[in-house]
Design a protein around this ligand. Structure first.
Ligand code: BG6
Length: 495
């Protein structure tokens, strides 16, 4: 694996936006600090505001320092700043791309950078196709003298059809090998570690299947509300915002077969098979297997429809119908304004079949649970029963715990460092391939269809009754219906 990324110019569309300030430039700075940036490198920010590049540099210096939460190493920052250019214009305007081409030429010759361009579309989703079209029309997507790659932010489409039509627009100008559909969850160390944990250790794989696993729980809980993102969120909802991408990525990493190599196609081939093995829910099974909820006060958030029925919580029960997992339920839940911020995967193993200890019924034995803690408090723990010291035969559940922070003592990263580095080195492993995007939408399509039908089936102008999307109190773990989803099967959510 290379230590430094390829020499290139990173072009960020949406350079004055939140993502650039809070994640992308801090990630570039962290890459510089770690010595992973290419020798010959530059950044061009592209956005609407008409400001001078000096003013842009000043703004970004301040924002990156804020995001880092500590004073910048000015030597490192200066190296980035000297190579940070700014171009303003309207994203649909051809002249913007002519100006950009000239800036790229000029930067390339000033700093001897080969014409390798990485375009990052950090713009609102309705502009992804426009920018991609214009890049293609201006000739900037052509790889005749260097490589050209495009990173597309989420959400990739609004449903299966819109995802396909967005892809058709991208594919008109770029080949699949040039398209990097990003999911920042895959940049998280703990998410990448799922593969290392499963396939670099000999003892887990033999029990990672329906013979030993009772069920799997996945939780992506956030304690924050939607903040200022009402306009986007009210149209998206938790199913599109979190389940279709981040949670399905966790699911594929936990459930996939060992790939034949860690090559990007081999890994992604196995991941997509998991989604193909999830049987789409029949129309009348949606209500039984999927629960939605909305936090109290959501409808008073800025830019949210006061009658909105958008879900801020989803709980669901899925099956992965293949040889390894048949009959093992996967329970997923995600929500905003929940009791705590907590993303984890808990693999619940089957109970020991019989009890040797006097007076302890089998039902009282706690099954072993392996918990992969994605964030915060990143780590892995395994719970098991142990004998309480003393003459009585008593058992207590204890845990073996590994903590990233305690062991590795690494600075926290934004998650974007790895993804930017991979895109600069041409490694697509951690990016969504189009068939994965489609497979994800296919799994949730029946749910979206059923919910749309519930809404449309209402008399003119009458919103869904409130009970259809039950409210839950901020600081809880979602509506009680979500508990029933697992309790019905004789199980309980962990935590
Ligand atoms: C984003 C979602 O993709 O991920 C947000 O749009 C969510 O709604 C965020 O809050 C969570 O990411 P993280 O890295 O903060 O857990």
């Amino acid at each position: 694996m290379p230590n430094r990324a390829d020499d290139c110019i990173l072009v960020i569309f949406g350079a004055s936006g939140d993502l650039t300030r809070r994640k992308l430039l801090p990630a570039i700075y962290n890459l510089a600090e770690a010595g992973h940036l290419p020798e010959r490198f530059a950044i061009v920010g592209v956005a609407r505001p008409r400001i001078h590049f000096d003013a842009y540099r000043g703004q970004m210096r301040e924002r990156v320092a804020n995001a880092e939460g500590e004073p910048l190493d000015l030597d490192k920052w200066r190296r980035i700043e000297e190579r940070l250019q700014y171009v303003s214009g309207e994203f649909h305007d051809e002249r913007l791309y002519e100006g950009l081409a000239a800036t790229l030429q000029e930067l390339g010759s000033r700093h001897s950078i080969p014409p390798n361009y990485l375009f990052y579309l950090a713009v609102p989703p309705d502009l992804f196709a426009t920018v991609a079209d214009r890049l293609a029309a201006s000739g900037l997507a052509k790889e005749h003298d260097g490589w050209r790659r495009v990173i597309v932010e989420k959400p990739f489409g609004y449903d299966l059809e819109s995802a396909r039509s967005l892809n058709a627009r991208l594919i008109a100008g770029f080949r699949e090998s040039q398209i990097y559909r990003i999911d920042h969850y895959l940049g998280k160390e703990t998410v990448q570690n799922i593969l290392a944990f499963r396939f670099a250790n000999g003892i887990f794989e033999p029990i990672w299947n329906r013979r030993y696993v009772d069920h799997v729980q996945m939780t992506v809980a956030e304690n924050e509300g939607i903040g200022s993102r009402g306009a986007y969120y009210d149209k998206a909802g938790a199913l599109r915002d979190i389940v279709q991408n981040h949670m399905f990525q966790l699911l594929t990493l936990v459930a996939m077969e060992p790939p034949i190599s860690f090559g990007s196609e081999a890994v992604r081939d196995e991941k997509v098979k998991v989604l193909h093995a999830v049987p789409p829910l029949a129309d009348d099974a949606v209500a039984h297997n999927v629960v939605r909820g909305q936090y109290e006060g959501y409808r008073r958030e800025p830019n949210v429809d006061p009658e909105s029925r958008t879900e801020t919580f989803v709980g669901m029960r899925l099956q992965v119908d293949n040889w390894r997992w048949a009959g093992v339920p996967f329970y997923l839940r995600t929500g905003k304004k929940l009791a705590r911020r907590d993303t984890h995967v808990a693999v619940h193993f089957k109970r020991a079949p019989f009890m040797l200890f006097r007076d302890t019924p089998v039902e009282c034995l706690n099954p072993n649970v392996l918990e992969l803690r994605i964030q915060p408090d990143e780590g892995i723990s395994l719970s098991f029963d142990a004998k309480v010291p003393g003459p009585l035969e008593r058992l207590e559940t204890v845990t073996m715990d590994f903590s990233y922070a305690k062991h590795f003592r690494q600075e926290a990263s934004t998650g974007y460092e790895t993804l930017l580095f991979d895109a600069m080195t041409g490694d697509q492993t951690l990016f969504h391939r189009m068939d994965m995007v489609e497979a994800g939408w296919e799994v949730i399509a029946p749910i979206l269809r059923r919910w749309a039908h519930d809404t449309k089936g209402r008399p003119e102008g009458r919103p869904l009754p409130r009970e259809a999307v039950p409210e839950y109190g901020a600081g809880t773990m979602g509506p009680p219906e979500a508990d029933l989803l697992v309790e019905r099967d004789g199980r309980q959510w962990r935590g």
